[in-house]
Write a new protein. Structure first.
Length: 442
């Protein structure tokens, strides 16, 4: 019986600790989500004051709806934990009730037996009827242990009643917490409905601007095509320069080798062979070039570039964002507009306040700085990788300059819609890829 009581208590403690940790984690997530919602709300209100409805407003309200939906989902998870907690507590109460019934029944039987044998004569008769002295000692010890057993039974009943009472109090507390969570869920659902309505209103407004919006998207596509062409040209130039440098180095190394062989070669001396007095021919130094294995990548033609490239790869998933504060307006790859039309983006488009500093995500060499359609574009080489920052103003770096991680390149400029954005590209010598997989999680 003691073992059963101990197991029940232990199981209840472990269950409570596990649920408490889960609920604490959910609460931390909920606090973080609310912070993100507040930040998005500030940006949304700021954008409302500055511009009419546009893609940024649609994206911000979409983000807010998504965050609000995650809050509701968080509360649902909390409610499931509370339901499980209530079920566990009720199960413990039922177990304690059953245990109490058993303990009381056994205690009652022992009390009846003790009452029937309460006379000193019965105890003495039980002891003196022993067959030997050792048997009598054992009978005395048995009577003592029986009295202790009765006392322990009484204590177990009291302890079980206390534990049962505590679980009943826990049950009441959990039910109150569930009611609070249900009210919170109803409130968050009402907010979610309002935000969804606002999103639908913005989508309807953008659909009215269909022609204007389509023109902006078409102009954006042209800009991105030009930037992609510039990136391709920068990569090709870097490869050509690397090949030229490799050829020049190979020629210089070969020239030095030939000169060294000529300077160390000794003049031949005639040697007699069998009395014929014929001079032995001495082999002249070879002028044929020595074949060298080409590097795996032409852009990694120096130890410094290889080291930089390796460090860049090691920081995948932890690179800083090019702006300290901002929202992803369009992801890399396929994006759907409010109208439902698909748009393929070869960069990640980040919205930020106009004039926000744009910083290099990693150390490297500025490959090119060029104007495209009234905006400035900076391309940086990191070994065989390239990062490109488009739609800048006030660029303060130049081609051929070594830059460090976090160094300011320029500032966020207004886009065709009049809002501040920066397009961030990542690519290697073969193709572009998703920058968000290389940047640290927000």
């Amino acid at each position: 019986m003691l073992k059963q009581l101990f197991s029940t208590i232990l199981l209840s403690v472990f269950t409570l600790i596990s649920m408490a940790q889960s609920r604490e984690e959910l609460e931390r997530q909920r606090v973080q989500l609310r912070k993100e919602i507040e930040e998005t709300e500030k940006q949304l209100n700021s954008n409302k004051q500055q511009t009419k409805e546009g893609l940024l407003q649609w994206k911000l309200i979409s983000n807010k709806v998504e965050l609000q939906d995650r809050v509701v989902d968080n509360i649902n998870k909390d409610l499931r934990i509370l339901d499980n907690n209530i079920y566990t507590i009720q199960r413990d109460i039922n177990r304690y009730n059953k245990l109490l019934d058993t303990l009381k029944d056994e205690y009652a039987k022992s009390m009846v037996y003790a009452y029937k044998n309460r006379g000193n004569y019965d105890f003495l008769n039980f002891i003196f009827s022993a067959s030997s002295f050792n048997d009598a000692v054992k009978r005395v010890a048995y009577l003592k242990s029986y009295r202790n057993y009765q006392e322990i039974q009484g204590q177990n009943i009291i302890r079980t009643q206390e534990l049962r009472q505590k679980r009943i109090a826990d049950l009441g507390g959990s039910k109150k917490e569930k009611n609070t969570s249900l009210r919170s869920k109803a409130k968050e659902l009402a907010i979610l409905e309002e935000e969804q309505n606002e999103k639908d209103r913005i989508v309807a407004e953008l659909k009215k601007q269909g022609k204007s919006l389509n023109n902006q998207i078409a102009a954006k596509k042209k800009q991105m095509t030009k930037v992609n062409n510039a990136i391709t040209s920068a990569i090709k130039k870097a490869q050509d320069d690397a090949r030229k440098a490799a050829i020049a180095k190979a020629k210089e190394d070969e020239r030095k080798r030939v000169e060294k062989e000529k300077s160390t070669a000794k003049a031949p001396s005639p040697v007699k062979d069998g009395g014929d007095n014929k001079p032995v021919k001495v082999k002249e130094p070879s002028t044929a070039p020595i074949k060298k294995l080409a590097p795996e990548n032409v852009l990694l033609n120096t130890d410094a570039k290889i080291a930089l490239n390796d460090k860049f790869e090691q920081n995948r998933g932890s690179l800083p964002w090019p702006v300290d504060k901002g929202n992803v307006l369009m992801h890399y790859g396929l994006n759907k507009l409010p109208s439902g039309n698909p748009v393929v983006n070869t960069a990640v488009t980040i919205s930020a306040e106009i004039g926000t500093p744009v910083k290099a995500v990693f150390a490297g060499l500025v490959s090119n700085v060029l104007p495209i359609d009234g905006m400035e574009v900076v391309i940086i080489q990191h070994g065989k990788y390239f990062t490109t920052y488009s739609n800048l103003s006030g660029v303060g770096v130049k081609a051929g300059q070594e830059i460090t991680t976090g160094q300011m390149l320029g500032r966020v400029a207004p886009n065709l819609e009049g809002i501040g954005t920066v397009d961030f590209f990542m690519s290697d010598e073969r193709s572009s890829f998703d920058p968000e997989k290389w940047l640290r999680p927000k």
